[in-house]
Structure formats: structure tokens, C-alpha cells
Design a protein around this ligand. Sequence first.
Ligand SMILES: Nc1ncnc2c1ncn2[C@@H]1O[C@H](COP(=O)(O)OP(=O)(O)OP(=O)(O)O)[C@@H](O)[C@H]1O
Ligand SMILES: [Mg+2]
Length: 285
Amino acid sequence: MISAILSLADVSYSYPDGTHALSSCSLTIRRGARTAVLGANGAGKTTMFLHLNGILRPSAGQLQWEGTPLDYSRNGLRMLRSRVGLVFQNPDSQLFSASVREDVSFGPMNLGLTDKNVRERVEEALHAVGMTEAADKPVHNLSYGQKKRVCIAGVLAMKPEIIVLDEPMAGLDATMQEEFTAVLERLHGSGITIVVATHDLDFAYGWADQAIVMRAGRVLAHGAPREVLLQKDVQDELGAVPLVAEISRQLSLLGIDLRDNGYLPRSKGELLKAITAHTRQENRP
Ligand SMILES: Nc1ncnc2c1ncn2[C@@H]1O[C@H](COP(=O)(O)OP(=O)(O)OP(=O)(O)O)[C@@H](O)[C@H]1O
Ligand SMILES: [Mg+2]
């Protein structure tokens, strides 16, 4: 059974200038899942994300939290925002305090917690993203990747049930991307539902349990990444294929079967391991 935590039912949204950014968009975020949202520039990913924590309100249609329509009253929105943490694409849109610690404290302080409780949450959040050492640094002196971590810490300190990240890997170097994936894995392991918008098909293919592909403000395809991201119309729309899947497919045409227990590799690491295992077997006397 699918346990929906947050869903959109036929949501349409037009910006004040008349741009139709979402058109009858329906989708479901499953509790505990890792969801990747893909789509070309302008497909509506960010607009959809801004609906998930109530920053934008649908022009038509409805959002539901566990099947109940969202409550847009002051209290309802406060509750929603403590449950759904949104990390913006550009860290500079999110960070505004002088120091890292101050910035991460801002959200929990507004929850009316005790000072001690706030301090504990902040330290825990900074630790989770590996930024404890930088707690007293001025935010404007941080590198881009460090700023992104502080944004995640700010959201974590709210102890949300869902974290929604808008293109978290964009602009990060390869090492930082790997570290970020590990941070996401740890968060997911602690029971948080994670939704990520990304243009990186390889990341989505290897990481996600659920892929949602958007086109022109609606959902073009959704389901398991191994199915969705191999669809021709999806690949045409995104202008790319998951490289690991394509290499495995090409090798199978050459008679090299990389399946392990029936499963093809999902990440570059798994692909290399499968090729090494295959070569070893071939070279066995
Ligand atoms: N503030 C705004 N006012 C008017 N139109 C907007 C605004 N923000 C976004 N749009 C338009 O809404 C549509 C969806 O944009 P959105 O930012 O949601 O796309 P996206 O999928 O996040 O794209 P990207 O991959 O480039 O981040 C686009 O046509 C965009 O030009
Ligand atoms: Mg966007």
C-alpha cells in the first residue's frame, strides 16, 4: 500500500504575470521514500516545491497532508512549515544571519522552544551536515557548498518530517556531491522523507526510490526510476539517458551480462564492481 504523506490533486498555478506554471498537476510523495523530481528548465519543479510548504497556494486543485486538505490559516501554515523543510536552490536566498549558528537557530527559536532546546537542536543539525567547526563563522565567508550545508542544517533544526531540496547538487564539485549524497542517505536513514529536484539523471537513477518527471507544469511520468528513466518519451524530454543503464545495455548487446541476482547496476560504483567481477570470471583458468 502506498502511504501518501503529501500529495497534489489537479493543482494549477499561474504567476501574477499570467504564466501558467502548473496545469492540473497530480502527484504523491510517499512517506519514507527518496523522491527525485526531474524536468527541463521551466517544467515547474520549483513552483511545485513552493506549494509543498505553502509559500504558494494553488489557483485551482488541492494539496493534501496524509489525505487531508492543507490548512492555510496562520497556525496551519506554521504546522506545515515545521513538517516540510524547503531548501532553496540558491543558498543566498535562504541565509540571512551574521553567523552560521545564528542562522541555524532562527527557525527553532521561532518555534518557542527553550534556549537549551534550541542550542541542542542547532548543535545536532550542524553535526549532521559536518559544519560544527564552522559554527561561529560569518555566513558570507563560507564557500558555496558550505552555504548549502548550512541551509540544510537550518531546515534540520526544525526537525521536519519531509525535506525538499531544490537542485542540491548544482554547483557542487564531485567530492562535495558525494559527501552531500552521504548526508542525504544519513537523513533518509533517520526516517526523514526526502524530495530532490535534479537535472542529474545518473544521480536520480542511482539514488531515488521514486522518480517524477514533469513537463510543462504537469507530470509526464512517475514510478520506479529503473522504469521511468528508461522510457523513450522521458529520455527525449530530458535529452539524456542514465549513463550506467546505457553502458549496461550496450555491454549486454555484446553478450556481457552484468546482472547480479537479477539486478543491473544502478550507480557508477556498482557498474565498476560488476565489470571487475565479470572480467575476473572471464580470466579464470
Ligand atoms: N516569479 C515568477 N513570475 C512569473 N513566472 C515565473 C516565476 N517563477 C517562475 N515562473 C515561470 O514558471 C514556469 C515554471 O518555472 P519553475 O521555476 O517552476 O521551473 P523549474 O522546473 O524549476 O525550472 P529550472 O529547472 O530552470 O529550475 C516557467 O515558465 C517560469 O518562467
Ligand atoms: Mg527550479
